[in-house]
Write a protein that binds this ligand. Structure first.
Ligand code: SAM
Length: 278
């Protein structure tokens, strides 16, 4: 099946390239608040927490506009410890997405293996060390070994529009699903490859794309990073759109999503920061 892949190097505040209701699934992992260095001015580098949340809301409002009725948005996010303070980002994200108009469906926990560096930010995987140094009450901070995958939906879906062929073409392997997705705790290893400071593992978008889209449909990632979502969408015969503010990741995105083997299926748009075309 021929699929199309659009990569926009630009700001996801304004996804003018996309028509209303033209996307069937959003899968994304927003920038961490004030922690990771993504190499350019971006939502993660905003100092104020209120400003960070306001920016996320702007992007999610655009997601609401471009998402088709009855379809899903899946947001991988974790609470953040910055300057010794823990920010309940997942809780604020639930509230923001609800205010954008989405219905809250699920909070899937991505559990990482414990007892090793788990890819979490700012020493969150080393917090238990304090109790080892001070084995007394009130020195307890557990290692953080999970992230959230928040699942939302835009209204109701008309299941009658699905044809027999569509369903059979995208049928889910129930043996595999029972083994890995039976509960709302999913165990996955974090991504350890280099090139981008906060990649999610391919299994994460793969599960969501298989569970929430049919072959040939379009998946959007407004915070594309290294291009994981587009790469997986392509592999699963879905089209994709990704926005990434930092042009330095474009080569990685191309490499990961197999641009050189199939350049005709890609459209790459590079915008200036304020949305002006180069
Ligand atoms: C957590 S990373 C996403 C990583 C991605 N899931 C992957 O597997 O590579 C968030 C990305 O959002 C990008 N970003 C931050 N603000 C943005 C904005 N306003 N518009 C588009 N991308 C933005 C950052 O540069 C960073 O690459």
């Amino acid at each position: 099946m021929k699929t199309k892949h659009m990569v926009v190097i630009g700001d996801a505040y304004n996804m003018a390239e996309l028509d209303n209701e033209s996307i069937q699934l959003v899968v994304t992992s927003p920038p961490y608040f004030n922690v990771k260095d993504y190499g350019t001015e971006n939502i993660g580098s905003i100092d104020s927490y209120a400003g960070y949340l306001k920016s996320l809301r702007q992007v999610f409002e655009e997601c609401y506009r471009v998402l088709a009725k009855g379809r899903y948005v899946c947001v991988n996010i974790s609470d953040i410890i910055s300057n010794g303070r823990k920010y309940p980002i997942h809780a604020h994200c639930i509230s923001i997405l609800q205010r954008c108009g989405f219905k809250y469906v699920d909070n899937i926990i991505w559990k990482k293996p414990s007892g090793r560096k788990n890819g979490n930010c700012s020493g969150a995987s080393k917090r238990f060390g304090l109790l080892i140094q001070h084995p007394y009450p009130m020195y307890y901070y557990p290692n953080n070994t999970y992230e959230h995958i928040l699942v939302f939906r835009k209204g109701d879906f008309d299941y009658k529009m699905l044809t027999h062929d569509m369903k059979e073409d995208s049928k889910i392997n129930i043996r595999y699903a029972r083994l890995h997705w039976n509960t709302d705790i999913w165990e996955m290893m974090p991504e350890t490859r280099k090139g981008h400071p906060a990649m999610f593992p391919e299994q994460l978008p793969e599960a969501l794309i298989r569970l929430y889209t049919y072959r040939g449909e379009a998946v959007l990632d407004p915070f594309l990073g290294s291009g994981t979502t587009s790469a997986v969408a392509k592999k699963l015969c879905r089209s994709s759109v990704g926005y990434e503010i930092n042009e330095a990741y474009l080569e990685l995105i191309k490499k990961k999503s197999g641009y050189s083997e199939d350049p005709h299926s890609f459209e790459i748009i590079v915008k200036k920061p304020r949305g002006e075309m180069i």
